[in-house]
Design a protein around this ligand. Structure first.
Ligand code: BTN
Length: 245
């Protein structure tokens, strides 16, 4: 970690990290907030960020081609999984592209945002990896309608975690996994498949709540697209949402 910028409260760490990336912040800069008032999630949803969670955004400058850049978000998911395993001894699974699950419930989500406008001004585009993890809270701290879908590290492991140590482990592991994309891609892909929550499950592919495909999860291809076997045809999923049935 190069620099840690910490707030008791912020609207969104991704919003600020993107602004800092545009202003030239170096790779390894981290923005963390104890709570967020306007946390952003995937699919333009808001992300509830009460105290007790780990909320941070990491600025990266990966040396990958435009076709490969989607792999960074998968590397972030695997990195967070490594960190949870190391810090809490808990094995989580990854729901493509990068939600972390424990016993069928979501404990962390990741929103990667690409600063593509930087390329127009001749700069290497930065990637902001935003992580929201339910750590020292309880699922009962969340609204009733969400309680059945999510869990926390405290619920899963029965003990509180050292937030600073967990953050450090996440940042190191994400960096290491992003390097692995360049140094040892095939090992990376194999290890991602071993953590795949959707493999072998019946899965719906949705775009704005409309079903586009229904198939059996088959893991990812070399560009990080998710593979669904749908009526004998292999579909390569690049965007939208995957929901296990
Ligand atoms: C998701 O599950 O939809 C992704 C959630 C990502 C939330 C994190 S919290 C830190 C960072 N700042 C944000 O505004 N969003 C990400």
């Amino acid at each position: 970690m190069q620099e840690l910028i910490y707030y008791q409260q912020l609207d969104s760490t991704n919003r600020l990290a993107k602004e800092l990336a545009h202003q030239g912040a170096v790779a390894g800069t981290v923005v963390q907030a104890k709570r967020q008032s306007a946390g952003r999630g995937q699919y333009e949803r808001s992300f509830l960020s009460p105290p007790g969670g780990l909320y941070f955004s990491l600025i990266l400058h990966p040396t990958l081609s435009a076709q490969e850049i989607a792999l960074v978000t998968l590397a972030a998911g695997l990195g967070c999984r490594d960190a949870i395993q190391a810090q809490c001894g808990l094995a989580t699974q990854i729901k493509w592209p990068n939600d972390l699950y424990c016993s069928g419930k979501k404990i962390a989500g990741i929103l990667s945002e690409y600063c593509l406008e930087m390329a127009d001004s001749g700069k290497t585009p930065a990637v902001v990896v935003g992580v929201g993890m339910n750590v020292n809270s309880r699922s009962t701290d969340f609204p009733a309608e969400l309680q059945g879908q999510l869990s926390t590290l405290l619920d899963c492991c029965g003990k509180r975690q050292d937030m600073a140590a967990l953050l450090q482990a996440c940042v190191e592991s994400i960096g290491w996994r992003v390097e692995q994309l360049t140094n040892s891609r095939s090992v990376f892909l194999t290890q991602w498949q071993q953590a795949d929550y959707l493999f072998g499950r019946k899965v719906q592919h949705l775009l704005r709540d409309e079903q586009l495909a229904l198939g059996i999860g088959q893991g990812i291809d070399e560009q990080g697209r998710y593979l669904l076997l749908d009526s004998g045809q292999l579909r390569r999923i690049l965007g939208g949402q995957l929901r296990p049935l």
